[in-house]
Design a protein around this ligand. Structure first.
Ligand code: DAH
Length: 341
């Protein structure tokens, strides 16, 4: 058997091929299921025990050498084939007009616009995770178990582990950031969220939010108001006004909801603003000191504001889309209307 192995070793070292097919021939001859080297491994079982060590080593050496050489040659033939293909392409040919260009999804367009506006005033972009634990989605945000505020959001729980949820809000990213960074913090976090809601023209079980967070020494409500005022004018036009109404969120105190003057009737009153002249676009407030402490930030030294908005809602207002479901159906007749943006 040793002789056979040595013989094959020599063949492996010396063989050469002139094309891929020939190479495949050698691979089959030696290494396929019934190949010569493979069957030597079967014969190995009957080798006398005192020879097993030496024969085994040689046999392994043979197999590795054969495998390596075949792989090496294979790579060589594949890369020359790629080169040949590339050389056959005529790069001066005009484009194929039957290939249609895609366009950005309206939600991506608006997400990018929001990122652009906030990046101009120093906000970075951070991402969290869509599968979250209870602490980051609720408890750290002042919403412990059995807190009535949990009913504000219908949650998808993971069946086998009720501690794990599909995040219901991008506010969860706030917690990750505050746990891992030291103030000053100035960041926005766009992302997808999930709620167990019946699908309709105004609600969906998945949608997108952008969270904002600003933590530093002496951050005040006036800073929050100016930031959102700037944002509204940049996104909806300089004539846009904002108004703040007192509200409640478990993780901010005080909390507010922000309306903008109706972009459609300019405040005169129409169907979209239900004849009030105002439409709600986001929730916000001063980060509750308890939330800062939950994330190990000294609430005596630092304060901050947070806000959260739905990207679908803003997109519907900007582009006058009447049915939320359109964003998830991916009907090209709808999507291609945004190709000029
Ligand atoms: N997470 C809230 C929601 O989904 C929105 C929100 C409100 C976020 C106030 C905030 C905030 O950061 O301060 O309804």
């Amino acid at each position: 058997m040793l002789e056979k192995i040595n013989n094959l070793l020599q063949q492996v070292e010396e063989f050469s091929v002139s094309n891929k097919e020939e190479l495949e021939g050698y691979r089959i001859k030696w290494l396929s299921k019934k190949g010569e080297i493979t069957s030597l491994f079967d014969d190995f079982k009957s080798v006398a025990p005192d020879l097993k060590r030496e024969v085994g080593q040689r046999l392994n050496e043979l197999k590795t050498k054969a495998q390596n050489k075949i792989n090496e040659l294979k790579e060589k033939y594949e890369s020359t084939a790629d080169n040949a293909n590339a050389q056959q392409q005529d790069l001066t040919l005009p484009g194929d007009p039957s290939i249609q260009f895609g366009s950005r999804h309206p939600l991506s367009l608006v997400k990018n616009q929001i990122i652009e506006v906030f990046s101009r005033i120093g906000f970075t972009v951070s991402e969290g995770r869509e599968i979250e634990d209870d602490w980051h989605n609720f408890s750290a945000l002042n919403t412990p178990e059995n807190h009535p505020a949990r009913d504000m959001q219908d949650t998808f729980y993971v069946e086998t582990n009720p501690d794990i949820v599909l995040r219901t809000q991008t506010s969860s990213v706030q917690v990750h950031i505050m746990e891992n960074q030291k103030p000053p913090i100035r960041t926005i976090s766009p992302g997808r969220v999930y709620r167990n809601e019946a699908i309709s023209a105004r609600a969906h079980c998945q949608f997108h939010q952008v969270e904002g967070l600003y933590i530093d020494e002496q951050v005040s409500f006036a800073d929050l108001k100016q930031t959102l005022n700037f944002f509204a004018k940049e996104l909806f036009g300089t004539e846009t006004k904002i108004r703040m109404r007192p509200s409640y969120f478990p993780f901010t105190e005080p909390s507010a909801e922000v309306d903008i003057s109706c972009t459609i009737c300019k405040g005169e009153g129409c169907n979209v603003c239900k004849h009030t002249g105002w439409v709600e676009i986001l929730g916000c407030g001063m980060v509750d000191p308890q939330v800062l402490e939950n994330c190990k930030i000294d609430s005596k030294k630092y304060s901050g504001f947070a806000f959260g908005m739905g990207i679908e809602r803003i997109t519907m207002l900007k582009y006058r889309v009447k049915d939320l479901r359109l964003f998830f159906e991916n009907d090209v007749r709808f999507l291609k209307q945004f190709s000029a943006e």
